[in-house]
Design a protein. Structure first.
Length: 269
């Protein structure tokens, strides 16, 4: 650090000019030719050393500046590349949502998840669309993967979605192949539980579970998940069916609210 400061001190032009003037005055006082040549040689060596230091200092200074510029440029390119990757992924998700919209005749309201609700005991997400955007309570919410949940709270510009992985959420469902009806709920596990399926019903792993359409909240045929496992006991009339959710609730971003006419006196499922 001290050496760099010394080089910076020597790099000042006016100091070099004063040094040259001083050396010229000293040389004018020498009358002996041999001595004068010796002094000149010594002074030239000193000047060469000083000039070398100056050149080295300028090179290092420029190198540091270039290195700093390249660091900033690399950081900018990294951020730009990450943003482009996010745009590509978002574009893919939006295309999937667009396909969902074209496959169904529902009237959709596009929304984006902006937060997780902090309300105790409720597993929910906050959307950036509210009453002024046409959202009402008890409207179903979906994404390209399947059923997300339903609207349980609405303000002017935001709304709250109760997702399927909430202890209070219950959805009328049916097995796609047997058409047997049941109720899907969540018990705190990584999977959903399909209840009230009689033991004599044939159930297969991988079978799709969809909404039954027997309520005024969830339209028929929305994908809830797939059967991963089932079991039964001698003392129970119904089997226990595990369902893997179709939706990744840890990666919710863009969703659709299904715009339907919900009776004001409807009871929540």
């Amino acid at each position: 650090m001290r050496f760099t400061r010394y080089l910076a001190f020597l790099n000042k032009p006016y100091l070099l000019l004063l040094g040259y003037i001083f050396l010229s005055v000293v040389l004018m006082n020498f009358s002996d030719t041999a001595s004068l040549q010796g002094v000149r040689w010594a002074l030239l060596q000193v000047l060469n050393v000083v000039d070398s230091f100056k050149t080295e200092f300028t090179y290092r200074k420029n190198l540091e500046a270039e290195n700093e510029r390249l660091k900033k440029e690399n950081f900018y390119l990294h951020i730009t590349n990450q943003r482009m990757r996010e745009m590509v992924l978002e574009n893919a998700r939006l295309r999937e949502l667009l396909n969902l919209k074209t496959e169904h005749s529902y009237d959709f309201i596009a929304a984006r998840v902006i937060a997780e609700s902090s309300e105790k005991g409720i597993n929910s997400r906050v959307l950036n669309v509210g009453e002024q955007g046409g959202v009402r309570e008890n409207m179903a919410v979906v994404n390209a993967e399947g059923l997300v949940g339903k609207i349980i709270g609405v303000s002017a510009h935001q709304s709250i979605v109760q997702v399927l992985t909430d202890l209070n959420c219950r959805v009328g469902a049916r097995l796609e192949k047997s058409r047997e009806k049941g109720i899907v709920g969540w018990g705190g596990d990584p999977w959903l539980d399909l209840e009230y399926i009689p033991k004599n019903i044939r159930v297969e792993p991988g079978e799709l579970v969809i909404t039954s359409g027997l309520s005024e909240i969830y339209p028929e045929g929305l994908k809830i998940g797939v059967v991963t496992d089932f079991s039964e006991t001698d003392y129970d009339m119904f089997m226990s069916v595990r369902v893997k959710p179709a939706v990744n609730f840890n990666a919710l971003e863009e969703v659709f609210v299904i715009k339907t006419e919900i009776p004001e006196n409807i009871a929540r499922e």
